[in-house]
Design a protein around this ligand. Structure first.
Ligand SMILES: [Zn+2]
Length: 338
């Protein structure tokens, strides 16, 4: 089909302007933040396509040290030519304080930075930082949001099912699911209940009708992240290319009750898994053994407590009684990609 694409318009963030077909760098200042009078500066990059199209916002490491998606994003953005782009890609390092030192600086920056929704300009340090993301990168500026975290043993993507955010059209959840699958991991976690009490940044995006995903990227996740971001941009018509997906993907059921997912040991000891991430097991299957590092006798056989997909295996084998050893999630759907 022949299509005439409209010319893009200039994009300005925090006084930094990118004309159509150009990229620009800058920093958003969160003013009056620190006792020494210094603002906090959030660095960002704009890729403004020569032609009009969707606006995609990507951020990595809102949680300190969750940086494993950065290399994949680098591989995409370092090669991205705005002259060949339709639409706008904006990227930021959203939490530079945490990024510099890989530290949460408790209690000021914690996981709660992902529990303040879209933030508050008059609130706490975390609320002010998140508000700066919201008004500069998201509100009226992004049609799709990719909020990259880490660091599980195998890369997967979170997204929200329709109905979790009240009053949001079903197409928002459909677009989020499409992006989640395009990220091209072997499995995705569909949130059938509100994550973090409904106050995550991703949740705030969906609440405002913006499709959004949270990839949780493993240390080996550069290639999948590169492929995933490219796939999403190809699918949205932002760049030319082929979509590459694994032959099979599993959609798993995430619920807020984490205990429901885990296989826990009933006695202390060391475990040896007998399954791998990605295995599909049935209730009662042997999934691991516990042994005593004192007697070198087996002290427990670990069995699957439900039918499902092994989505995580804890990587440190020394466990006290009652500790989680692995997670098994219910399979909602198996997606076959031609
Ligand atoms: Zn995180």
């Amino acid at each position: 089909m022949f299509e005439v694409k409209a010319m893009s318009k200039s994009v300005t963030i925090a006084g930094v302007k990118a004309e159509p077909g150009e990229k620009a760098h800058g920093a958003v200042a969160v003013p009056h933040l620190f006792a020494d009078g210094q603002p906090m500066e959030i660095p960002f990059t704009i890729f403004n396509g020569a032609e009009e199209g969707p606006r995609l916002y990507i951020q990595v490491a809102q949680h300190p040290a969750e940086t494993w998606g950065l290399e994949g994003v680098y591989n995409v953005l370092s090669a991205l030519d705005p002259a060949e782009l339709s639409g706008v890609v904006t990227f930021s390092l959203p939490n530079p304080v945490g990024f510099r030192f890989a530290s949460y600086f408790p209690p000021r920056i914690t996981h709660d930075i992902n529990r303040v929704g879209s933030g508050d300009p008059d609130g706490s340090l975390m609320e002010r930082i998140v508000h700066a993301w919201w008004v500069n990168f998201v509100e009226g500026r992004a049609d799709y949001v990719v909020d990259i975290h880490g660091v599980p043993p195998a890369t997967f993507v979170y997204y929200e099912a329709h109905g979790v955010s009240p009053g949001v059209p079903e197409e928002v959840a459909e677009k989020s699911e499409r992006m989640a699958l395009l990220y091209s991991c072997d499995f995705v976690l569909k949130q059938l209940e509100a994550y973090g009490g409904g106050s995550s940044f991703r949740g705030a995006c969906v609440d405002h009708g913006i499709p959004a995903i949270v990839p949780e990227v493993a240390p080996d996740g550069a290639a999948v992240t590169e492929r995933g971001i490219r796939n999403i941009m190809v699918d949205l018509g932002m760049i030319e290319g082929e979509i590459e997906l694994p032959p099979v993907q599993h959609i798993l059921n995430w619920t807020a009750d984490r205990k429901a997912a885990v296989v826990a040991c009933s006695v202390g000891g060391c475990y040896i898994p007998k399954v791998e991430i990605g295995d599909v097991v049935e209730t009662g299957d042997v999934v691991g053994v516990m042994y005593s590092p004192r007697t070198f006798e087996e002290v427990e056989t670990l069995r699957a407590h439900r039918d499902g997909y092994v989505s995580s295996i804890r990587n440190y084998p020394v466990k006290t009684a009652g500790e989680p050893v692995m997670s098994i999630l219910e399979v909602l759907e198996i997606v076959e990609n031609g």
